[in-house]
Ligand binder design. Structure first.
Ligand code: SF4
Length: 374
């Protein structure tokens, strides 16, 4: 499937459910009305029997900014009522942290929060496999205009979670948070980084091959054994990695549990955001219009009140990841600029992903905001 191009001058629809215009007790029912209402064509996106992934951002260690599970459960129920088959899904995360295989991932979610995927009573699937090596490679050039994009060739091949091939649609739940390199973790990040394979994630954050720490290496040779392309050898009693052969699979890093082989997270913010947007385009191309994005602008610390008080702006819905992220930023600015650092890093220009995403046909920053409060 080829995703439609976003032409200059055209805008994407973004629906806004403002919390300050509805009673607290009606938030969930209003969310359900918007998801189900035919004119917005959200849940009608999926057909009977479709296997649809509900992708959450499960957070990092000690990050408890989770989306309220009742919205997740409600979405699962609405899909089931339509005979659509939902699963909860995510991918593993880089190397040697608490998300690098399925057990660590699930334990971390349980340790950090009372959120459990069990509450929705549907399967939880790691789309890149139990260890992150299930991968599908996609070329994004079919939807690009080379005459406008001299730099695109660096990013035109993307590495995505392998199980995406078996899905028929996606619902992407994002709660925007800052990120030290991509600036913000919104819809683009949630599919571009969050649905990349291990290699795809590494390529977004690193521009060098794995490095050997000679002080830690004991020449056990396990890395030589696991390397699938025989890029590692011992020369003059030292482990040497041939960068021309290395395909960034990350297996040597995983097996070097002493930390004697590691990646350098040295990508610039431009590289990180551009490759992230390219990976997002790879995902978008796989599903065409069968993706719904929901950005939750909720649970901000209230700058006016004492610690512990939270502020909620509302929920955004769209089928365009660029438009919904852009609308999220602009809504925050209009609501209270002091909240922006809770959503986007001060030190990073988060606009790179929006500009580049628009340039490669991922979406458009032009949007039509429809505010709905039932
Ligand atoms: S990352 Fe993979 S391909 Fe590269 S040296 Fe390590 S094991 Fe070999």
């Amino acid at each position: 499937m080829v995703r439609m191009k976003y032409k200059k001058g055209l805008s994407s629809n973004v629906i806004f459910l403002p919390y300050d215009k509805i009673e607290d007790s009606k938030r969930l029912s209003s969310f359900e009305i918007i998801m189900k209402y035919r004119n917005f064509n959200l849940l009608d996106t999926f057909s009977k029997g479709n296997l649809v992934g509900v992708k959450l951002y499960f957070g990092e260690d000690c990050d408890c900014n989770f989306i309220d599970p009742e919205f997740v459960s409600s979405t699962i129920n609405m899909l089931r009522q339509r005979s659509v088959d939902p699963i909860l899904c995510d991918t593993t995360n880089k190397y040697n942290n608490r998300f690098d295989n399925i057990y660590k991932h699930i334990n971390t979610i349980r340790d950090n929060t009372d959120f459990t995927y069990d509450c929705s009573n549907v399967p939880f699937v790691m789309l890149d496999g139990v260890n992150g090596y299930s991968e599908v490679v996609r070329n994004t050039t079919q939807t690009t205009n080379y005459s406008e994009m001299a730099t695109l060739s660096d990013h035109d091949q993307v590495y995505l979670a392998g199980e995406l091939e078996n899905m028929k649609g996606l619902i992407i739940f994002s709660r925007l948070t800052p990120h030290h390199r991509s600036g913000m973790q919104g819809a683009i990040n949630n599919i571009g980084f969050g649905l990349a394979s291990r290699k795809g994630k590494v390529r977004q954050h690193s521009v060098s091959k794995p490095q050997v720490d000679l002080d830690k290496c004991v020449l056990c040779g396990k890395c030589i054994y696991v390397c699938p392309v025989k890029a590692i050898s011992i020369i003059n009693k030292r482990i040497v990695i041939d960068g021309n052969k290395c395909i960034d699979c990350g297996k040597c890093v995983e097996y070097a549990y002493r930390g004697d082989i590691s990646y350098q997270w040295n990508a610039t913010q431009e590289h990180c955001q551009r490759t992230m947007a390219s990976h997002a385009l790879g995902v978008a191309n796989m599903f065409s219009s069968k993706i719904i994005y929901c950005n939750f602008l909720t649970n901000f610390s209230n700058p006016n009140e004492k610690k512990g008080d939270t502020m909620n702006i509302g929920i955004l819905f769209s089928k365009d990841p660029v438009a919904i992220d852009h609308a999220s930023i602009e809504l925050i600015k209009a609501y209270d600029k002091r909240l922006l650092p809770q959503m986007a890093s001060r030190d990073v220009d988060y606009n790179i992903q929006l500009e580049y995403g628009e340039m490669i046909g991922l979406g458009t920053r032009q949007y039509k905001l429809t505010t709905i409060a039932y």
